[in-house]
Design a protein around this ligand. Structure first.
Ligand code: NI
Length: 172
């Protein structure tokens, strides 16, 4: 297993719509999945999408315990959102935009279907932080980042700070 470098805001792969994964491909993704989980724990973070490590495929990993409690890692292949309920407004961050958090509105509950790492069709309801993590990772797979939801001066301020860091070479 290996910790992979995380692509940062400004990298085109983060703006790419990730491709569907064929069931026959899943076995070949074992090493990537393990590396993504290790990378998520090393950062540390609660979720990671494949395009954040440069692979534009519809795959994400989530572990709200960041590896503290075994058995909490969710591997989501081709995740699809089917239902959402309620609203939550909490601070959100992203490993591809390090050291920035902003308030983002998300549904309180979501129902998602996906394939697990064995290729089994699964369905789950996520609530609270899990709902937020699912929406955040699904966005990544569609080339969307949480700063896209910010508006006005807040957005200008955060993008200016990011551009300054990119220019200074502090992100790469
Ligand atoms: Ni993110």
């Amino acid at each position: 297993m290996a910790v992979l470098p995380i692509r940062k805001y400004g990298d085109p792969v983060l703006r790419t719509r990730a491709e569907e994964i064929d069931v026959s491909e899943i076995a070949a993704l074992e090493a990537l999945i393990d590396d993504m989980v290790e990378t998520m724990y090393a950062e540390p973070g609660v979720g990671l999408a494949a395009n954040q490590v440069g692979v534009a495929k519809r795959l994400a990993v989530i572990d709200l315990t960041v590896g503290e409690e075994p058995g909490n890692v969710h591997v989501l292949i081709n995740p699809e959102l089917h239902e959402s309920e309620g609203e939550q407004f909490e601070e959100e961050g992203c490993l591809s935009i390090p050291d920035f958090v902003e308030l983002v509105s998300r549904p309180e509950r979501v129902r998602v279907t996906y394939l697990d790492r064995e290729g089994n069709a699964k369905e789950m309801w996520g609530e609270g932080l899990m709902a937020r993590a699912i929406c955040h990772e699904l966005d990544h797979l569609n080339g969307v980042m949480f700063v896209d939801y910010l508006r006005g001066m807040k957005k200008d301020r955060i993008l200016k700070k990011i551009q300054k860091l990119v220019k200074a070479g502090e992100w790469y």
